[in-house]
Design a protein around this ligand. Structure first.
Ligand code: R5P
Length: 284
């Protein structure tokens, strides 16, 4: 059966449909002191050998909820437990950046590992975070599907990534779209909300541009990248796997001239128009 964390209900339902497996009832509660309770009341009567928990760890609460769901399923007698973390929170903290800092991605991976037999995550910021899990952890690549919502009539499209690290994503989207050029911007990050972007060499005047990244969080990276594009650019589309879209990111991107933002349902937002359910189902 498929068991959903509260932040991944639409994706869990899509996955249940894709796999033709039952979607468990889950109850999410909060005690007066703020502590959480996530429960799967029907786990015993479900008489299931395998359970698949689907929970994006978009917040610390979502992380605790995932641990509770894993524990409730084991308590209910489930033999095989697969944990799907569509968006893995803390994955960007994959090293100790300053003396005394934790490797947060490793810390959360260790905790999740104690309750599962297998882990799947979708396009983690660095694939190496999979090594922090003790059971087998697989990175599912859903980037190709980001081309699906793009208009078929793009004019001499250019697929850009806002930094060198995301060029493979831009190439994947270009390949899935079927035509176009790729390039990337140079990015220097000064703080959480401040990045400096240097333009790419490719000519964009009179052409449609698609900028792709793994995550859009505050939208600073994307909006800075768009700001340095030639004024003669035609339409600008933004695609990402994980549309965190924190704070005023949507406004920032709209003001920068973006025609549409397309993301996947690893994080459930208005822009989550592409489902990663088929890619996860295939891997399962
Ligand atoms: C970092 O290298 C990531 O790939 C994204 O570029 C970054 O997380 C986006 O963050 P923001 O939207 O806050 O600039």
């Amino acid at each position: 059966m498929i068991v959903s964390g509260s932040a991944s209900q639409a994706l869990a339902a899509a996955l249940a449909h894709e796999l033709a497996e039952p979607l468990a009832t889950v109850e999410y509660d909060r005690f007066p002191d703020g502590e959480l309770l996530a429960a799967v009341p029907d786990v015993k009567s479900a008489d299931t050998d395998r359970a698949v928990v689907v929970a994006s760890t978009v917040s610390s609460d979502a992380h605790v909820e995932l641990l509770q769901l894993q524990d409730a399923l084991r308590e209910g007698g489930v033999d095989e437990l697969v944990t799907v973390i569509p968006y893995m929170g803390y994955a960007r903290q994959d090293e100790a950046f300053d003396p005394g800092h934790p490797v947060s991605a490793r810390a959360v991976a260790k905790a999740i590992s104690t309750g599962t037999d297998r882990v799947l995550t979708v396009n983690p910021h660095e694939r190496a975070v999979c090594d922090f899990f003790e059971p087998t952890a697989t990175a599912v690549d859903a980037a190709g599907r980001l081309a699906d919502p793009l208009p078929a009539d793009l004019t001499e499209p250019v697929f850009l990534s806002p930094d060198a690290g995301a060029i493979d994503l831009a190439r994947t989207v270009r390949d899935a779209y079927g035509r176009g050029e790729t390039d990337y911007f140079e990015k220097v990050r000064h703080s959480d909300c401040e990045v400096e972007i240097t333009p790419s060499d490719v000519t964009v005047a009179g052409r449609d541009v698609v900028v792709t990244d793994d995550i859009i969080a505050t939208g600073s990276t994307m909006s800075e990248a768009i700001d340095v594009l030639d004024a003669g650019v035609e339409r600008i589309f933004v695609t990402c796997v994980h549309p965190l879209l924190a704070s005023n990111a949507v406004t920032k991107l709209s003001r920068a001239g973006v025609e549409a933002i397309y993301g996947t349902d690893t994080i459930e937002r208005g822009s989550s128009v592409v489902s990663v359910a088929p890619a996860i189902a295939e891997e399962l």
